[in-house]
Design a protein around this ligand. Structure first.
Ligand code: 5FU
Length: 274
Protein backbone atom coordinates (compact mmCIF):
# COMPACT_ATOMS: atom_id res chain seq x y z
CA UNK A 1 0.00 0.00 0.00
CA UNK A 2 1.04 3.61 -0.42
CA UNK A 3 1.12 4.21 3.32
CA UNK A 4 3.60 1.38 3.84
CA UNK A 5 6.03 3.11 1.48
CA UNK A 6 6.03 6.34 3.50
CA UNK A 7 8.39 7.16 6.34
CA UNK A 8 7.22 7.31 9.94
CA UNK A 9 8.05 11.04 9.92
CA UNK A 10 5.90 11.71 6.85
CA UNK A 11 3.03 9.86 8.47
CA UNK A 12 3.46 11.63 11.84
CA UNK A 13 2.88 14.98 10.17
CA UNK A 14 -0.53 13.86 8.91
CA UNK A 15 -1.94 12.39 12.13
CA UNK A 16 -4.31 14.51 14.20
CA UNK A 17 -4.64 12.15 17.17
CA UNK A 18 -1.98 13.16 19.75
CA UNK A 19 -1.09 9.58 20.74
CA UNK A 20 -0.65 8.43 17.13
CA UNK A 21 1.42 11.49 16.28
CA UNK A 22 3.59 11.10 19.38
CA UNK A 23 4.17 7.41 18.69
CA UNK A 24 5.23 8.00 15.08
CA UNK A 25 7.49 10.88 16.13
CA UNK A 26 9.07 8.74 18.85
CA UNK A 27 9.66 5.90 16.37
CA UNK A 28 11.41 8.29 14.00
CA UNK A 29 13.43 10.07 16.72
CA UNK A 30 14.70 6.83 18.29
CA UNK A 31 14.83 4.87 15.06
CA UNK A 32 12.92 2.15 16.81
CA UNK A 33 9.67 0.43 15.88
CA UNK A 34 10.07 -1.94 18.82
CA UNK A 35 7.36 -2.23 21.48
CA UNK A 36 8.46 -4.34 24.42
CA UNK A 37 5.71 -6.29 26.16
CA UNK A 38 6.63 -6.62 29.83
CA UNK A 39 4.59 -9.53 31.17
CA UNK A 40 6.08 -10.22 34.59
CA UNK A 41 4.30 -10.20 37.93
CA UNK A 42 7.04 -8.81 40.19
CA UNK A 43 7.17 -5.02 40.55
CA UNK A 44 10.95 -4.72 40.77
CA UNK A 45 11.51 -7.04 37.86
CA UNK A 46 8.91 -5.13 35.84
CA UNK A 47 10.74 -1.84 36.44
CA UNK A 48 14.21 -3.37 35.92
CA UNK A 49 13.22 -4.75 32.53
CA UNK A 50 11.71 -1.43 31.48
CA UNK A 51 14.77 0.50 32.65
CA UNK A 52 16.96 -1.90 30.61
CA UNK A 53 14.95 -1.99 27.37
CA UNK A 54 13.69 1.61 27.52
CA UNK A 55 16.49 3.10 25.38
CA UNK A 56 15.67 0.69 22.52
CA UNK A 57 11.86 0.93 22.58
CA UNK A 58 9.33 3.40 21.18
CA UNK A 59 6.58 1.88 23.30
CA UNK A 60 6.27 -0.23 26.45
CA UNK A 61 3.27 -2.55 26.61
CA UNK A 62 1.86 -3.52 30.00
CA UNK A 63 -0.71 -5.87 31.53
CA UNK A 64 -0.92 -4.08 34.88
CA UNK A 65 -3.52 -6.51 36.22
CA UNK A 66 -0.85 -9.24 36.49
CA UNK A 67 1.41 -7.21 38.79
CA UNK A 68 1.50 -8.23 42.47
CA UNK A 69 1.20 -5.41 45.01
CA UNK A 70 0.14 -2.88 42.38
CA UNK A 71 -0.36 0.68 43.48
CA UNK A 72 -0.11 4.05 41.77
CA UNK A 73 3.48 4.58 42.97
CA UNK A 74 4.42 1.93 40.41
CA UNK A 75 2.80 4.06 37.73
CA UNK A 76 4.79 7.08 38.93
CA UNK A 77 8.00 5.08 38.44
CA UNK A 78 6.80 3.94 35.03
CA UNK A 79 6.14 7.55 34.06
CA UNK A 80 9.61 8.58 35.23
CA UNK A 81 11.12 5.85 33.06
CA UNK A 82 8.92 6.93 30.15
CA UNK A 83 10.36 10.46 30.38
CA UNK A 84 13.94 9.34 31.02
CA UNK A 85 14.03 6.88 28.11
CA UNK A 86 11.55 8.58 25.77
CA UNK A 87 8.93 5.91 25.19
CA UNK A 88 5.12 5.85 25.24
CA UNK A 89 2.95 3.51 27.31
CA UNK A 90 0.39 1.01 25.99
CA UNK A 91 -1.80 -0.86 28.49
CA UNK A 92 -2.92 -4.00 26.63
CA UNK A 93 -6.29 -4.07 28.45
CA UNK A 94 -8.38 -5.60 25.65
CA UNK A 95 -11.67 -4.05 26.76
CA UNK A 96 -14.68 -6.06 25.59
CA UNK A 97 -17.87 -4.86 27.35
CA UNK A 98 -20.71 -2.35 26.85
CA UNK A 99 -19.81 1.32 26.53
CA UNK A 100 -20.84 2.31 30.05
CA UNK A 101 -18.83 -0.49 31.66
CA UNK A 102 -15.65 0.01 29.62
CA UNK A 103 -15.72 3.75 30.36
CA UNK A 104 -15.66 2.90 34.08
CA UNK A 105 -13.00 0.21 33.66
CA UNK A 106 -10.85 2.65 31.69
CA UNK A 107 -11.16 5.62 34.05
CA UNK A 108 -11.54 4.12 37.51
CA UNK A 109 -10.83 1.26 39.89
CA UNK A 110 -7.36 0.32 41.09
CA UNK A 111 -5.58 0.96 37.80
CA UNK A 112 -7.01 4.25 36.41
CA UNK A 113 -5.63 3.27 33.00
CA UNK A 114 -6.76 6.37 31.12
CA UNK A 115 -4.79 8.63 33.46
CA UNK A 116 -1.41 7.20 32.40
CA UNK A 117 -1.66 4.97 29.32
CA UNK A 118 -1.21 6.82 26.04
CA UNK A 119 -2.65 3.93 24.07
CA UNK A 120 -5.01 1.09 24.94
CA UNK A 121 -7.00 -1.48 22.96
CA UNK A 122 -10.40 -3.08 22.67
CA UNK A 123 -12.08 -6.08 21.11
CA UNK A 124 -14.63 -4.98 18.51
CA UNK A 125 -17.03 -7.74 19.58
CA UNK A 126 -19.60 -5.44 21.33
CA UNK A 127 -19.88 -3.18 18.23
CA UNK A 128 -19.28 0.59 17.86
CA UNK A 129 -20.58 1.46 21.35
CA UNK A 130 -17.30 0.19 22.83
CA UNK A 131 -15.50 2.93 20.92
CA UNK A 132 -17.84 5.71 22.05
CA UNK A 133 -17.66 4.46 25.64
CA UNK A 134 -13.86 4.52 25.69
CA UNK A 135 -13.68 7.76 23.67
CA UNK A 136 -15.82 9.55 26.28
CA UNK A 137 -12.93 9.04 28.71
CA UNK A 138 -9.85 8.89 26.48
CA UNK A 139 -10.44 11.53 23.85
CA UNK A 140 -10.39 14.55 26.22
CA UNK A 141 -7.06 13.19 27.54
CA UNK A 142 -5.54 12.89 24.05
CA UNK A 143 -5.40 9.08 24.19
CA UNK A 144 -5.57 6.65 21.26
CA UNK A 145 -7.35 3.33 20.81
CA UNK A 146 -6.37 0.23 18.84
CA UNK A 147 -8.98 -2.31 17.80
CA UNK A 148 -8.07 -6.00 17.80
CA UNK A 149 -8.74 -6.83 14.15
CA UNK A 150 -6.71 -10.05 14.27
CA UNK A 151 -4.82 -12.09 16.85
CA UNK A 152 -1.55 -14.00 16.69
CA UNK A 153 -2.89 -17.19 18.24
CA UNK A 154 -3.60 -20.51 16.59
CA UNK A 155 -7.32 -20.88 15.79
CA UNK A 156 -8.16 -17.18 16.31
CA UNK A 157 -11.79 -16.33 15.50
CA UNK A 158 -10.86 -12.77 14.51
CA UNK A 159 -10.74 -13.44 10.76
CA UNK A 160 -12.81 -12.82 7.63
CA UNK A 161 -15.93 -10.70 8.08
CA UNK A 162 -15.13 -10.09 11.77
CA UNK A 163 -11.86 -8.43 10.78
CA UNK A 164 -13.61 -6.50 7.98
CA UNK A 165 -16.26 -5.13 10.34
CA UNK A 166 -13.57 -4.17 12.87
CA UNK A 167 -11.87 -2.09 10.20
CA UNK A 168 -15.17 -0.50 9.13
CA UNK A 169 -15.88 0.40 12.77
CA UNK A 170 -12.49 2.06 13.05
CA UNK A 171 -13.07 4.05 9.85
CA UNK A 172 -16.15 5.62 11.41
CA UNK A 173 -14.11 6.80 14.46
CA UNK A 174 -10.83 8.06 13.03
CA UNK A 175 -10.40 10.73 15.73
CA UNK A 176 -9.95 8.14 18.49
CA UNK A 177 -9.16 4.82 16.77
CA UNK A 178 -5.56 5.14 15.61
CA UNK A 179 -5.02 1.63 14.32
CA UNK A 180 -5.15 -2.08 14.90
CA UNK A 181 -3.61 -5.02 16.59
CA UNK A 182 -3.24 -7.13 13.46
CA UNK A 183 -0.86 -9.27 11.46
CA UNK A 184 -0.91 -7.24 8.20
CA UNK A 185 -2.00 -3.87 6.77
CA UNK A 186 -5.72 -3.17 6.77
CA UNK A 187 -6.23 -0.51 4.06
CA UNK A 188 -7.55 -3.12 1.60
CA UNK A 189 -9.84 -4.79 4.17
CA UNK A 190 -13.56 -4.02 4.51
CA UNK A 191 -15.27 -1.12 2.75
CA UNK A 192 -12.89 1.75 2.22
CA UNK A 193 -14.38 5.23 2.24
CA UNK A 194 -11.05 6.85 1.54
CA UNK A 195 -11.16 8.26 -1.97
CA UNK A 196 -7.66 9.75 -1.72
CA UNK A 197 -6.21 6.35 -0.81
CA UNK A 198 -4.47 8.08 2.07
CA UNK A 199 -5.98 6.23 5.02
CA UNK A 200 -3.33 5.64 7.66
CA UNK A 201 -3.96 3.17 10.45
CA UNK A 202 -1.07 2.11 12.66
CA UNK A 203 -0.58 -1.64 12.67
CA UNK A 204 0.95 -3.05 15.85
CA UNK A 205 1.81 -6.75 15.66
CA UNK A 206 2.33 -9.16 18.52
CA UNK A 207 3.63 -12.66 17.93
CA UNK A 208 7.19 -11.68 17.02
CA UNK A 209 10.19 -13.86 17.75
CA UNK A 210 13.54 -14.60 16.14
CA UNK A 211 14.45 -17.82 17.91
CA UNK A 212 11.12 -19.58 18.38
CA UNK A 213 8.05 -20.38 16.26
CA UNK A 214 5.58 -20.38 19.16
CA UNK A 215 4.83 -21.51 22.70
CA UNK A 216 2.87 -24.38 24.25
CA UNK A 217 -0.27 -22.24 24.62
CA UNK A 218 -1.12 -21.30 21.04
CA UNK A 219 1.16 -18.32 20.51
CA UNK A 220 2.67 -18.13 16.99
CA UNK A 221 5.81 -16.12 16.15
CA UNK A 222 6.97 -14.50 12.95
CA UNK A 223 10.19 -12.61 12.32
CA UNK A 224 10.46 -8.79 12.11
CA UNK A 225 11.14 -9.21 8.37
CA UNK A 226 7.93 -11.16 7.83
CA UNK A 227 5.95 -8.73 9.99
CA UNK A 228 7.34 -5.36 8.85
CA UNK A 229 8.83 -5.87 5.38
CA UNK A 230 6.49 -8.52 4.00
CA UNK A 231 3.22 -7.79 5.86
CA UNK A 232 3.66 -4.01 6.16
CA UNK A 233 3.09 -3.75 9.92
CA UNK A 234 4.41 -0.66 11.73
CA UNK A 235 5.40 -1.81 15.21
CA UNK A 236 6.75 -5.17 16.38
CA UNK A 237 5.60 -6.25 19.83
CA UNK A 238 8.12 -8.51 21.55
CA UNK A 239 7.88 -10.02 25.02
CA UNK A 240 9.59 -13.28 25.93
CA UNK A 241 11.91 -13.05 22.93
CA UNK A 242 13.61 -10.27 24.91
CA UNK A 243 13.38 -11.22 28.58
CA UNK A 244 12.89 -15.00 28.41
CA UNK A 245 10.84 -16.65 31.12
CA UNK A 246 11.17 -13.85 33.67
CA UNK A 247 12.22 -14.42 37.28
CA UNK A 248 15.81 -13.34 37.95
CA UNK A 249 16.44 -11.55 34.70
CA UNK A 250 19.94 -11.23 33.29
CA UNK A 251 20.17 -7.50 32.56
CA UNK A 252 22.96 -7.87 30.01
CA UNK A 253 21.12 -10.45 27.97
CA UNK A 254 17.86 -8.48 28.12
CA UNK A 255 19.70 -5.42 26.86
CA UNK A 256 21.37 -7.41 24.09
CA UNK A 257 18.07 -8.87 22.91
CA UNK A 258 16.30 -5.50 23.01
CA UNK A 259 19.05 -4.01 20.86
CA UNK A 260 18.86 -6.99 18.50
CA UNK A 261 15.09 -6.72 18.00
CA UNK A 262 15.32 -2.96 17.61
CA UNK A 263 17.95 -3.36 14.89
CA UNK A 264 16.00 -6.11 13.11
CA UNK A 265 12.76 -4.12 13.24
CA UNK A 266 14.41 -0.98 11.89
CA UNK A 267 16.24 -2.83 9.11
CA UNK A 268 12.94 -4.46 8.10
CA UNK A 269 11.32 -1.00 7.91
CA UNK A 270 14.18 0.42 5.87
CA UNK A 271 13.89 -2.49 3.45
CA UNK A 272 10.17 -1.71 3.12
CA UNK A 273 10.41 2.02 2.32
CA UNK A 274 13.35 1.60 -0.04
F1 5FU B 1 -3.70 -9.23 20.77
C1 5FU B 1 -2.66 -9.96 21.07
C2 5FU B 1 -2.32 -11.05 20.23
O1 5FU B 1 -2.97 -11.32 19.22
N1 5FU B 1 -1.22 -11.76 20.56
C3 5FU B 1 -0.45 -11.46 21.65
O2 5FU B 1 0.53 -12.14 21.91
C4 5FU B 1 -1.88 -9.66 22.15
N2 5FU B 1 -0.78 -10.39 22.45
C5 5FU B 1 0.02 -9.96 23.61
O3 5FU B 1 1.35 -9.72 23.18
C6 5FU B 1 0.10 -10.95 24.74
O4 5FU B 1 -0.91 -10.69 25.70
C7 5FU B 1 1.47 -10.70 25.31
O5 5FU B 1 1.42 -9.64 26.24
C8 5FU B 1 2.30 -10.21 24.12
C9 5FU B 1 3.14 -11.27 23.44
O6 5FU B 1 4.12 -11.75 24.30
P1 5FU B 1 5.26 -12.77 23.83
O7 5FU B 1 6.00 -13.08 25.09
O8 5FU B 1 6.11 -12.04 22.82
O9 5FU B 1 4.59 -13.98 23.23
Amino acid sequence: SRIAAQTYAQRAAKHANPAAKALLETIERKQSNLCVSVDVTDRDEFLDIIDTVGPYACLIKTHVDIIEHFDLSLIERLQELSSAHDFLIFEDRKFADIGNTVALQYSSGVHKIASWSHITNAHPVPGPSIISGLASVGKPLGRGLLLLAEMSTKGSLATGSYTEEAVNMARAHRDFVIGFIAQRRMEAVGTSTDTNNDEDFLILSPGVGLDSKGDAMGQQYRTPKEVVTESGCDVIIVGRGIYGKGGNIDVQSVQKQAERYRNEGWAAYQARIR
